[in-house]
Design a protein around this ligand. Structure first.
Ligand code: ADP
Ligand code: MG
Length: 907
């Protein structure tokens, strides 16, 4: 809002210049930088105040609202540049002085009105004809360029009459002489040096405004560009203009040349001069503010990387507008240059409008006619807006153009009064953040997809691998199973085959065995039949013999009467006897054959037994036992037959069989021998043939209990003879019998052994030897079996021994205690003296009586309890002779009597 109240007194006060020129005025430098100005906000204001300059309210060209909230006051800076005289002027004006006189040290310009009158004007900078392009840039444009880099809009504009050096000042490329480079080239150099090509951007539009038509110098076909204004911010944009991004100085120069060429072509086409058109270069500078600035904004400093990456970039957008205006001289309304009036109006329109706006702003007019022209619309931010604006007004020295020069100076003076409010164009770049995030998101999506794919492939690979492994394992398993199955099948088949073979063999053997058995059984049956036939024949013969005998007796009795008959009968008898003898011989033959067959059958059975398992039917043992009873049971009848049999078979042969390898043969042989030995008549023959020795040997060598039993029985039988007894003793019989007894389990074996020893006990001569070789102890050892038969034999042996001892004592050949007592037999004697079994009791009673007969045994008998037995025997014994013996013994022993007396037993 224009504050009309302030009375700004500008430098047009011609005659009071010195009064208005203060030290502080001089401080108003073109170099004042907006960023510095921002920092020196107050001092600038105070400078403004102390300078007496009106602190104008920042009314914009658009007459818009005052933006005093964030803006920094920034007056339009104006420099004046004097062009040196050109050749023509040097000649034409040779006689005239320049119309202007510059006092650059005071930043003053003196305009000579005539020879005596001058007007003095102050400017922000006064640049003489000698000012270098570099200095002009630094004074006029550099501060603006720096502001643009800092995010402000900036304007550098040249105003002046055609030919005064606007284009020279702004647009020289300096291709021939680098010192000639104008503001545009130098500005771009500084801009490019001040931005980062990675994060920042510089782009350029280049336009020409002619007759209110805006043409794109970078795209000549684009010749009617519209201006778009943002109603809110008031920002002006040209969406239709070509915007070229600048990356380096060279491409920018080329772009400028291209633009110049297009401008030239356009002007030729339009039949105009460049001085009649306005050239506008727009440089958009977009800078990201990071690092230092952001660190500053992140005060607590705990922002994470993610937060940082999500924070939008702060972007500062500065726009530099460089305007090379059309010549400020008025186009002759007469149209001397070939323009119609309308054309002239149109050509001047923008410049006139600009002048009007500047005037309005300078005078704080309520209305600023911005919308009157395209130029003013384009420059609305440059004058009274937010931009930092530098204006260079160019003038010539020629007095001939004093009018134009004056008007230019006046324009500059008015422009100096325009106050802008510089505003930082700073915003967060949400778009680029969104773009960045989009890119990041896309990257993440891609990455995710890649990973997902890789993951799926990995899964698939693992699955395939696993499946392969499983099928491999299954295959292996199946193979192994098949192999194993085949192996077992093979083994099974082989086993079956072997079993079949074995079975076949067994069948075969069985068949053979059956055949053998059958034939043997048949033979035996036939023999049996034969035998029974022979037996009945023999019986018949015997009966016949008996008959004949009785007939013979009768005949003998009636011998006298029948002598002739007797002879006849005798003859018959002799015949019969002969026949009988013959038959008996046959029987003996048969029996021998039978015995032989028995052995052979034994042999066969053994062979078969060795050949395999299974019981041979028709046990040969039973055959033998069938045969033997016939031999044994009819002892009396058969004695002769057996004698014959064993004569025919031969005792030696039988005895030799005692040493046969086969146990069964030995058993049968020993049985046969035992049977023979049971016959007293055979005993001597057996002993003579070495039978007793063989039997004793058999006791020692065999481990078979049956053999032991039978052999011991045979020995016992043979031991009844005194000579044999001595033989048995001399051959170590006691020892062998003792061992046999110790190993025996069968009581009958013990009975036989005990019987044999008992027989030996009855031999007077052998008493000491028998006892010395442990005979008594062996006897006593057998009592533990408890079998009455055994006990009876033991008792008999003890009785025998006692009787012999008693006899020897009586004869005086024996002194001292009974050997029975010595060997500890007394307790058993006492214990069994009254045994229920009479054979035992009888023997013991006898033994007690024998022992008691000798005083030397009395004491032991008393202590051993035998006295009572003796008393009992003397009273209770069933046999009278023993009773008497006992009684006599008792009464004849002083020791017993003393004892009885001591015990007060009245006997
Ligand atoms: P304008 O653009 O204002 O019409 P030009 O820049 O075209 O003027 O200048 C006109 C002539 O004056 C040109 O030949 C130019 O080289 C010359 N000229 C302008 N200013 C200077 C200067 N400061 N020093 C030397 N020659 C200059
Ligand atoms: Mg020019």
């Amino acid at each position: 809002m224009a504050s009309g109240g302030a009375n700004y007194r500008n430098g047009t006060q011609r005659n009071s210049l010195k009064g208005t020129t203060t030290a502080t005025d001089r401080q108003l430098s073109m170099n004042s930088n907006p960023s510095k100005a921002a920092l020196k906000n107050k001092s600038l204001s105070s400078v403004g105040a102390s300078s007496g300059l009106r602190k104008s309210s920042p009314g914009s060209l658009g007459g818009g609202t005052a933006k005093d909230d964030a803006g920094v006051p920034g007056r339009v800076r104006v420099a004046v540049r004097l062009r040196p005289r050109n050749a023509e002027e040097s000649v034409a004006d040779a006689d005239f002085a320049d119309c202007v006189e510059l006092q650059p040290e005071f930043k003053r310009l003196k305009l000579r009105k005539n020879n005596w009158d001058t007007d003095t004007y102050e400017f922000d900078e006064v640049l003489t004809e000698f000012a270098s392009q570099k200095r002009v840039y630094e004074v006029v444009a550099k501060p603006v360029v720096e502001s643009v880099l800092d995010g402000y809009n900036g304007t550098v504009m040249a105003y002046g009459q055609t030919g005064t050096g606007k284009t020279y000042t702004l647009g020289r490329l300096g291709e021939e002489d680098t010192a000639d480079r104008g503001i545009i080239v130098r500005a771009m150099e500084d801009i490019l040096a001040g931005v980062s090509l990675e994060s920042d951007s510089v782009s350029v539009s280049y336009l020409q405004l002619y007759m209110e038509s805006l043409q794109d110098l970078l795209d000549p076909t684009n010749d009617n560009i519209s201006i778009v204004e943002d109603p809110k911010s008031g920002d002006v944009s040209l969406p239709g203009a070509t915007l070229v991004e600048i990356r380096d100085q060279q491409s920018f120069l080329e772009l400028l040349q291209l633009g110049e060429a297009h401008r030239y072509a356009a002007n030729t086409r339009l039949n105009t001069e460049s001085s009649r058109s306005h050239a506008l270069l727009m440089v958009h500078v977009k800078r990201s503010v990071k690092g230092r600035e952001l660190a500053h904004s992140s005060q607590n400093g705990n922002s994470t990387n993610i937060a940082k990456s999500l924070r939008p970039t702060l972007v500062r957008k500065g726009k530099l507008v460089v305007v090379d205006l059309a010549g400020s001289e008025r186009i002759d309304k007469s149209g001397s240059e070939g323009h119609t009036l309308e054309e002239a109006k149109s050509i001047n329109l923008s410049l006139i409008a600009l002048g009007k706006c500047i005037n309005a702003l300078a005078e704080n007019s309520a209305h600023v006619p911005v919308r009157d022209s395209k130029l003013t619309r384009l420059l609305r931010d440059s004058f009274g807006g937010t931009a930092r604006t530098s204006l260079v007004i160019t003038i010539g020295p020629s007095p001939r153009h004093r009018g134009e020069t004056t008007s230019t100076i006046m324009f500059g003076q008015r422009a100096m009064k325009v106050e802008n409010m510089l505003k930082l164009k700073e915003e967060f770049d949400y778009k680029s953040l969104a773009r960045k995030l989009d890119i990041q998101l896309d990257k993440l999506i891609m990455e995710h997809e890649r990973k997902q794919k890789a993951f799926e492939e990995e899964i698939e690979r693992i699955t395939t691998d696993t499946q392969n492994q499983i099928s491999e394992a299954e295959r292996n398993y199946a193979d192994a199973m098949e192999k194993e199955r085949l192996k077992y099948q093979k083994d099974y088949m082989e086993s079956i085959k072997k079993l079949e073979e074995k079975w076949m063999m067994n069948q075969h053997k069985l068949g053979e065995r059956k055949d053998q058995m059958a034939s043997t059984a048949q033979e035996v049956a036939e023999l049996k039949k034969l035998l029974s036939k022979e037996t009945s024949l023999r019986k018949a013969a015997e009966e016949e013999i008996n008959n004949l005998k009785s007939q013979l007796a009768q005949l003998k009795m009636s011998e006298a009467s029948a002598n002739s008959e007797s002879l006849k009968l005798r003859k018959m008898l002799e015949d019969e006897a002969y026949r009988k003898e013959k038959l008996e011989g046959e029987i003996s033959m048969l029996q021998t054959q039978l015995l032989q067959l028995s052995f052979e059958a034994d042999e066969t059975r053994r062979r078969l037994d060795r050949g395999g398992p299974g019981k041979v039917p028709g046990d040969l043992d039973s055959l033998i036992s069938q045969v033997r009873p016939q031999v044994n049971d009819s002892v009396n009848e058969e004695k002769a037959s057996i004698a014959n049999l064993f004569e025919q078979v031969g005792l030696q042969k039988i005895l030799s069989l005692l040493e046969a390898e086969d146990a069964d043969v030995r058993i049968h042989a020993v049985k046969v021998v035992a049977n023979l030995a049971a016959e007293e008549s055979n005993q001597q023959k057996i002993v003579e043939a070495g039978g007793l020795t063989s039997l004793l040997l058999l006791l020692g060598s065999s481990e078979d209990e049956t053999i032991h039993r039978v052999a011991a029985g045979a020995i016992a039988n043979l031991a009844m003879n005194e000579t044999n007894q001595e033989l048995i003793m001399s051959e170590g019989g006691i020892r062998l019998l003792s061992i046999t007894a110790a190993n025996a389990e069968d009581p009958q074996t013990l009975r036989m052994v005990a019987g044999a020893i008992a027989n030996l006990c009855g031999n007077d001569k052998l008493q000491n030897k028998l006892r010395g070789e442990g005979g008594i102890k062996a006897l006593l050892g057998m009592v533990k079996c408890g079998h009455p038969d055994v006990l009876a034999q033991v008792a008999r042996g003890i009785a025998n021994f006692a009787k012999c001892e008693s006899r020897a004592s009586a004869q005086g050949s024996k002194t001292g205690r009974s050997l029975l007592i010595e060997d500890g037999a007394l307790p058993w004697i006492v214990q069994n003296a009254n045994n229920d079994a009479s054979p035992i009791r009888r023997h013991i009673e006898l033994a007690v009586c024998h022992l008691a007969q000798h005083e030397v045994n009395a004491r032991d008998m008393i202590t051993g309890g035998a006295l009572w037995e003796l008393v009992r025997i003397s009273q209770d014994c069933s046999r009278e002779d023993i009773r008497t013996l006992a009684h006599r013994t008792l009464t004849s022993s002083p020791t017993f009597l003393a004892e009885l007396r001591r015990l007060r037993i009245d006997y």
